[in-house]
Design a protein around this ligand. Structure first.
Ligand code: FE2
Length: 423
């Protein structure tokens, strides 16, 4: 799509209300919106999570993944430098690397054996000059012209991000100070990856992104959270938004003080203290005393840090109504056995088979099923906690972080919001 065509495509998309309290459902269901997102967001001026440096710790190590719908390979070359390139042979478009991760000296496409170095440069073409005087490439064929498409990389606190655009601002500016500070804390010591999970949901990827910014649903969709005294709607919390209005956000809840007996304030109704609190309730391990933080980095990752279990989820939109999340679980190299066990138990609680992710997936899929019928026009309502956007909210009873997301989304997509406060 060229610039003019793409601008026209954006102009034809009806946007949210100007106060971002009404979001038309077609933004979650239209293929043309999905296609424009790939161009403007995932291949546009954004930093996309690619993996941890430690996952490609040794020369030759590689991992594979997706930025939006584009497959990539992240590698470390023999001099220790990191590289990422599109996983598609420059000859005929075959996937060059077919394993999820591993260690290699170079990468050879199965089809015609084009061979690429760890940095994505083409280094070998069989029969380039033909054989016995026939075949081969034209005289002006240059190996150097046919390397794999590279991504530009930046790292922060051992986390690798990639971008396809030259316009993307420096990574720290993109993340914002609150997210940088928290990432430094929660990835500050040498980490080790302890495992992966993959979770596919039949829902638009933005429903997942919205869910990551919505703390207010937790005690209702996940009632066990308050029944078992893991957290409470009245818990002190902050939400800070950064980058282009609010595309990135950090939601943080504080662990109740000793005065509360180490538990959230009493709530009305049923309370059943866990007999084995270690399955879900963390012990403080960072100087800031934060019991939970959720860091949403637009467009492609989510750090979830409740208690002592840490994961980053990579968001891979597979289609307008399907999203896959890849959990990468991590721990610290210097964890003792007790902490390692505690993290493992809490992984079960918060992973794709735990209550939280299953219940979220169910809610998202129920939405997608109901909004996909184009004949039933409609919009989502986001005015809990007010209308419009704020940079910081000091409680969790608000959809403000969702409105901020939509403001940034419209900005990067070039979609014009409508009048404010429509009925
Ligand atoms: Fe949830």
């Amino acid at each position: 799509m060229d610039g003019l065509e793409s601008a026209n495509a954006a102009a034809r998309i009806a946007g949210p209300s100007g106060d971002f309290s009404r979001i038309p459902y077609h933004l979650y269901t239209d293929q043309s919106v999905f296609d424009l997102e790939q161009e403007r967001i995932f291949r546009g001026p954004t930093w996309n999570y690619l993996g941890f440096e430690t996952e490609v710790g040794e020369p030759g190590d590689y991992i594979t993944g997706y930025v939006g719908t584009t497959p990539y390979v992240l590698t470390r070359d023999k001099d220790g430098a990191l590289h990422a390139f599109v996983n598609r042979c420059a000859h005929r478009g075959v996937a060059v690397v077919r394993e999820l991760r591993g260690n290699a000296r170079n990468f050879t496409c199965i089809y015609h054996q084009w061979c690429y170095a760890l940095n994505g440069d083409l280094i070998g073409v069989p029969m380039m000059k033909g054989m016995r005087g026939v075949g081969g490439y034209p005289e002006d064929f240059q190996v150097a012209d046919h390397g794999l498409t590279r991504l530009r990389l930046a790292t922060f606190s051992g986390i690798v991000f990639g971008t396809f655009s030259d316009e993307t601002p420096p990574l720290e500016d993109y993340l914002g100070p609150a997210i940088c500070a928290r990432l430094k804390t929660v990835c500050g010591r040498p980490i080790k990856v302890t495992g992966y999970h993959r979770h596919t949901m039949r829902a638009n990827w933005k429903l997942f992104v919205e869910n990551t910014r919505d703390m207010y649903h937790a005690p209702m969709l996940h009632p066990f959270v308050s029944v078992f005294e893991i957290a409470d709607a009245a818990m002190q919390a902050t939400m800070e938004m950064s980058h282009r209005g609010g595309l990135n956000s950090i939601l943080s809840g504080y662990k109740p003080t000793d005065a509360d007996g180490g538990r959230p304030p009493p709530r009305q109704g049923k309370r059943i203290p866990l007999e084995e609190p270690d399955v879900a309730i963390g012990v403080p391990e960072f100087p800031d005393g934060l019991a939970i933080s959720i860091i949403s980095i637009f467009p492609s990752c989510l750090f979830t840090l409740p208690g002592n279990t840490f994961s980053v989820r990579q968001i891979r939109p597979k289609g307008v109504d399907e999203v896959e999340t890849l959990y990468t679980w991590y721990a610290f190299e210097d964890d003792d056995d007790e902490m390692a066990e505690r993290r493992r138990m809490q992984n079960n609680m918060f992973g794709p088979a735990g209550y939280v992710a299953m219940e979220d997936a169910e809610a998202m899929e129920l939405i997608q099923q109901r909004i996909s019928d184009a004949a039933l026009e409609g919009r989502s309502l986001l005015e809990f906690g007010g209308r419009g956007t704020e940079d910081r909210i000091d409680h969790m009873l608000s959809e403000g972080a969702l409105r901020a997301f939509w403001k940034g989304y419209c900005d990067i997509m070039g979609i014009e919001p409508g009048p404010a406060g429509a009925a």
